[in-house]
Structure formats: C-alpha cells, structure tokens
Design a binder for this molecule. Structure first.
Ligand code: MG
Length: 404
C-alpha cells in the first residue's frame, strides 16, 4: 500500500515574528534545529509510513542541517522536501500536490514550530482520523475568556462562555484525497488552519486530545520557555521509542569525615549539625557521588581528574559547579542525564526532612524534573565508620542518554 499514513511537516515560513538571523524552524533548541524535533517525532513513530517537509527553496542547506541533527534518520521513510509558498495555506496545498504521486491514504499535517509533539498525541490523532475521517489535536480551554468591548480601550465587553471551546493544535489528520480537494477549493481564501479548510468544504472534523507541551514557537520570547521544556523533556520525550539513544548507567561513591563546624552541606542543602564535613571544596558528599556517577556513565574518569584537590581554584567551591560541569560534558556529547539516584549513609544528621529540597537542588543543576531525581538515606546500624559517626558516605547512580 506504500505510504499509507504520511506526515507533512510545514516549515516554509520566514518566522519573522520570532526574530533571529534564520527562520524560527531552523533556530537551535537544546542544540538541535527546531525542525529536527518534529521530523524526528514522526520519523520514529511506528504508525507513520512517510514524512515530507515543505520548505522554502532558499532554506535547503538549513533543511539538510536539520536532518543531519537527527541521529540515524530513517532515510527510507524521509521523502525529499517539497517546495512551499509564501503563505502557510499555499505551502500546505503545494505539499499535498507533491504527494499525489505517492497517493497516501491519510495525511497528518503538522507545524514545524511545534517541536514537542509526542507519540501519544500522534496516536490519538491517527486513531480519531481512522474513526472519523478527519481529526485534529486540540485542548479544551481552561481559562475564562473575555471579549474586549472596544478592542482599543481594553475594557471587558463580555465574558464568553468557554463550554465546548477548544484550542486547535497540530497534527491535523485527513483522508488525503479529501483534504487535497478541500485545499484546491480554498485556494485564494485565507483560512487559519487545515481543519478550517476541511470545514469550509463541508467535512466533519473530530477533536483528539492534544498536549499542553505541544506549544507553538511564535515570537522570540517563546524560545526561552521552549528551551526550558526541551531541557526538561530531553530525549525521553521525543526519542525514547527511537532506539537512537543508548542509555548508560554510571556509579559514584564518596566519603567525607566530620570535623569542626555547625552544619553540613549535602546535595546543595545546608543542614544544621553538631559538626561540619571536612574537604577541599564544600565537602558535599552527595553531589560528589552524583558527579562521579555521571563521569562514570560518560567514561570520562572521575571528579579528581577534572577538579584536582591540588588545584587551589577549587578550594571552598560550591559542589554544584562540579555537577554542572559533568552535566555540561553530557550535553557536549549530544546527550542528556535522564535520572539520578543517591543514597546517603550516616547516623546523623537526619536526612528525611531535607530530602525534598535536596531533590529540587539537584534537579535545578541537572535541569531535571523532581521525578527524575531520587534521594534516599540509611544508617549502618551503628556499625563501621558511619555507625561511629565519623563521617558521611554517599552512593549514587546516574542514567545518561547518549546518541548512538
Ligand atoms: Mg568528595
């Protein structure tokens, strides 16, 4: 049957509202062009048989860069790009015309500026297209809606009932021949999305549940939020199913001895105690163990290699610097730390009350959500050096995704 379900990624816009030297779909997001995120999501989805981008012919080199940023793109699935027009609607129509020879049964049309499209949203749209013939990803509106009485004076004219109102996202899926005809008919009329084109031709279009993360990058400010999302979601969001990442586990172990002081710093959190921990830096035994675990996963030696105790510049350093550097090293290799787990071993101080804030501190440094950071604590039943309260030990594992 050939390319039963084809994804058409619309990437021909000039993206002037987002600023920057290059169109927004070619600007970098967590080290990869924005377009490569959506391309990868559809290329790696098992229900999508073919993927074609619609681009401005002047951008063909930028397009190649975006494809090259994908680890092992499925070349059999990736069709050569089609040439787009000046308006989105023209680009979609030209993209659809370019698929006539391929004759897909269904087509999913997606905006390149929505990089965080997930496999489950694609699944839901595919399922709804199968059931209804046409469906879009969309979200029910949760905010109260106001219509300004006079658009210029910003005074509320009325509160609009939000019942039944949805925000349209992409992908938007249709029977190929139906949407092609609808777009041909709509040529010359300006409609804001492909569902509107189908509606104008009298077709019923279903709503499939989208995702709040499936946001569109429109203006320059959107990049800040998108970057945070990219860091948080990382490869787990986009690539987990792709087999293009290898997941490595590293371990770390560290001990620091008690000495003079009135608090200890563990996992970035100062904890009041009858003594302090001795060390060259701030003696943060937890962060040291995690740092070593990341170096271990990367096969990059240990914390002593990177920050020699003999080097005076690290004296009294906050250990988050070490952890940041290890995280940067994972990013420099195109990878991402996806999870860490640390066990702190001591009789005192009590770790329990500080666990949550420790998880937050570590998450801030590694740009991980809290559910990807674990802090546990145990005693050694008064046995050994930790049992004699001579110091604190820490064990850690880190999971790191690296491109194959
Ligand atoms: Mg240490």
């Amino acid at each position: 049957m050939g390319n039963q379900i084809t994804a058409l990624i619309v990437a021909a816009g000039r993206g002037s509202r987002a600023g920057g030297e290059r169109p927004k779909q070619y600007q970098c997001l967590a080290g990869r062009p924005v377009l490569s995120w959506a391309l990868n999501a559809f290329l790696t989805h098992p229900k999508i048989d073919a993927v074609r981008a619609v681009i401005n012919p002047e951008d063909s080199e930028l397009y190649n860069e975006a494809v090259n940023a994908i680890a092992r793109p499925d070349q059999a699935k990736l069709l050569s790009p089609a040439e787009g027009g000046s308006e989105r609607q023209d680009s979609v129509r030209q993209g659809l015309e370019s698929l006539v020879a391929h004759a897909p049964h269904w087509v999913l049309i997606h905006d390149a500026a929505r990089p965080f499209i997930t496999p489950d949203v694609i699944d839901r749209v595919v399922e709804a297209v199968g059931a209804h013939g046409a469906a879009i990803a969309a979200l029910p509106i949760a905010d109260t809606l106001k219509r300004a009485g006079d658009p210029d004076d910003r005074i509320i004219g009325e509160t609009v009932a939000r019942d039944g109102l949805w925000r349209a996202q992409t992908p938007q899926g249709f029977e190929f021949s139906t949407i092609l005809k609808a777009h041909r008919r709509a040529s010359g009329r300006s409609l804001t999305d492909d569902a509107a084109v189908a509606e104008a031709a009298g077709h019923r279009v279903a709503l499939a549940l989208g995702s709040p993360n499936n946001t569109k990058i429109t203006v320059a400010e959107d990049f800040g939020l998108a970057e945070q999302l990219a860091q948080r979601l990382g490869p787990a969001q986009v690539d987990l199913r792709s087999g293009q990442w290898e997941y490595r586990t590293g371990q770390g172990f560290d001990v620091h001895r008690f000495g003079e002081g009135d608090h200890v710093t563990i996992c970035g959190v100062p904890v009041p105690h009858t003594s302090g921990l001795l060390g060259h830096s701030d003696a943060d035994v937890g962060m040291h163990a995690i740092t070593d675990a990341i170096f271990g996963a990367l096969g990059e030696g240990d914390i002593g290699d990177h920050f020699p105790p003999s080097d005076p510049q690290w004296r009294g350093t906050e250990s988050r610097i070490f952890l940041e550097k290890a995280n940067d090293l994972a990013h420099a290799r195109g990878g991402r730390v996806t999870h860490v787990d640390v066990t702190l071993i001591c009789e005192a101080p009590k770790i329990g009350p500080h666990r949550d804030v420790m998880r937050e501190r570590i998450g801030e440094v590694l740009q991980l959500s809290k559910d990807r950071v674990s802090v546990k604590a145990t005693t050694t039943e008064m046995l050994g050096f930790t049992g004699r309260a001579e110091g604190v030990a820490a064990l850690a594992t880190a999971t790191v995704a690296l491109p194959i």
